[in-house]
Design a binder for this molecule. Structure first.
Ligand code: ADP
Length: 244
């Protein structure tokens, strides 16, 4: 229904705050099946770019996903078009169980009156998400008692049950142990197999292990893009990260 390739297509994206241009003409395409990492020094514009895609800040240019223009739509409409986001700190309902958290997320847009009703079975989408995030054995635990990594996985699960074909993740492994990071990498690979995933990340070791492609932002612009090996070999990237 659209001449754009599937996935996320950003064209000439610009965001300015009081005359300061934080995102300065970014072009970006992330295809479904790709696990794209967005890296760059502090202040490069990574968060602002994701804010623009999710409707949190005003921008010019174009952001297309699923055959639709996202720019200019309010945050809740963009979310309803299948765009999901996580922040560095997981926001789950601590006093509710893992299952209840997923249930609420699954019904969030559709059946508010049935939200916390006792159900006989677990809906298939919730069951599937539980398996994907590796929390099947913890379904009835209050989310507040989960380990840090498990809470992050639950938050991703809450996007999966809502049928979110585009996921924007902000430093998903911040504060995690090595084992949790590896499990998260595997989870993201699974999630990205049939979704479009963009991950803001500072952890270079994690990026090297799991990214299928990388976009490097610097001063609001795309400095480099390619595979992990291509980006690491790029002298412009080395200059930005290592200095002169
Ligand atoms: P990154 O996520 O890559 O660290 P940000 O997108 O957070 O970078 O920030 C990019 C630039 O925009 C920074 O110089 C930052 O100070 C500036 N910036 C971000 N948000 C605002 C805002 N609300 N008002 C003014 N300047 C901002």
């Amino acid at each position: 229904t659209d001449d754009q390739p599937p996935g996320l297509t950003v064209r000439e994206l610009r965001v300015a705050f009081d005359g300061f241009t934080a995102v300065d003409g970014v072009d970006l395409h992330v295809a479904p099946g790709d696990l794209r990492f967005l890296i760059g020094p502090n202040g490069a514009g990574k968060t602002t770019l994701v804010d623009a895609v999710t409707g949190l800040v005003q921008a010019t240019g174009s952001v297309r996903f699923g055959g639709r223009e996202l720019l200019g739509r309010p945050v809740h409409r963009i979310a309803r078009l299948g765009v999901g986001r996580t922040f560095q700190t997981a926001t789950v309902f601590e006093h509710l169980t893992v299952l209840q958290n997923l249930d609420i997320a699954a019904g969030a847009d559709r059946r508010p009156h049935t939200l916390l009703r006792q159900r006989r079975g677990v809906p298939p989408a919730v069951e599937e998400a539980l398996t994907t995030i590796g929390l099947t054995g913890h379904a009835n635990r209050p989310a507040g008692t989960l380990a840090h990594g498990q809470k992050q996985w639950l938050e991703i699960g809450m996007l999966l049950v809502r049928d979110t074909p585009l996921l924007l993740l902000d430093e998903p492994v911040a504060g995690m142990s090595h084992a949790e990071r590896d499990a998260t990498g595997e989870l993201l690979r699974t999630v990205a197999a049939d979704r479009t995933v963009l991950v803001i990340e500072h952890d270079m070791e994690f990026m090297r292990a799991f990214a299928s492609s990388v976009t490097v932002l610097h001063a609001g612009r795309v400095l480099s893009e390619g595979t992990v090996a291509e980006v690491r070999a790029d002298p412009r990237v080395q200059e930005v990260y290592l200095g002169h």
